[in-house]
Design a protein around this ligand. Structure first.
Ligand code: 5GP
Length: 212
């Protein structure tokens, strides 16, 4: 990652339909970049076997979550497959102010909210599976889902994938190494967009002596 950029961190949103390999891509991005930090979401869904509270999610009750919605403590939130999921506003803003990039592994509804409310600060990437068949195979290959849940996820995918054109970038996740490299390249060039380099430009301009 570039060492020249000194401004606020980026809000990097990665969305994809189930079976695209999004979690693996996010894990790899985090492993490879020390300035990148995963936003730990709040959810009302129960933890799966290997999941730890505070690490994979903050697991909370429906009442707690609804209280947080009322107090506007979420940067975005959505109901996904009957459960609430949301991103903490405070944790995200604090980390970005420290110059850290925040990775949001969220669904398409959440990505849309980020676009509307924080468009200037965010980069939205839609991960596309290499093909529909590969996506279905990956979903079935997990072996953790009932046929009914698989069908529900496929229905959601049919609705989500056409919305990829609303994102800033579409990256096909065929080869993990290539996918991660492409996302890193996107972040590097976004950091150097004229709007993000504004304060650095200003500080340079103050060094120019007046004409005598
Ligand atoms: P899972 O229950 O499989 O962990 O996640 C289901 C879906 O919810 C995934 O697409 C995941 O990216 C999404 N998700 C996780 N956290 C959040 C969040 O904070 N906000 C939104 N909008 N979606 C989330």
């Amino acid at each position: 990652m570039s060492t020249q950029y000194k401004g606020e961190g980026l809000l990097l949103v990665i969305a994809a339909s189930s079976g695209t390999g999004k979690s693996t891509v996010c894990q790899e991005l985090l492993t490879q970049s020390s300035r990148c930090q995963l936003s730990v979401s709040y959810t009302t869904r129960p933890p799966r076997n290997n999941e730890k509270d505070g690490e994979h999610y903050h697991f909370v009750s429906k009442e707690t979550f609804e209280g947080m919605i009322e107090r506007q403590e979420f940067l975005e939130w959505a109901k996904v497959h009957d459960n609430y999921y949301g991103t903490s506003r405070l944790a995200t803003e604090q980390a970005m102010a420290q110059g850290r990039d925040i990775l949001l592994d969220i669904d398409v509804q959440g990505a849309r909210q980020i676009r509307e409310l924080h468009g200037k600060n965010s980069i939205l990437i839609f991960l596309l599976p290499p093909s529909w068949d590969v996506m279905v195979q990956r979903l079935r290959g997990r072996g953790t889902e009932s046929e009914e849940r698989i069908q529900r996820r496929l229905k959601t995918a049919r609705e989500e994938i056409p919305t990829a054109t609303d994102f800033d970038y579409i990256v096909e996740n065929d080869d993990l190494t290539e996918t991660v490299k492409t996302i890193q390249a996107i972040c590097r060039s976004e950091r150097h967009s004229a709007s993000r380099m504004g304060s650095q430009l200003q500080s340079f301009l103050t060094q120019i002596p007046p004409l005598s």
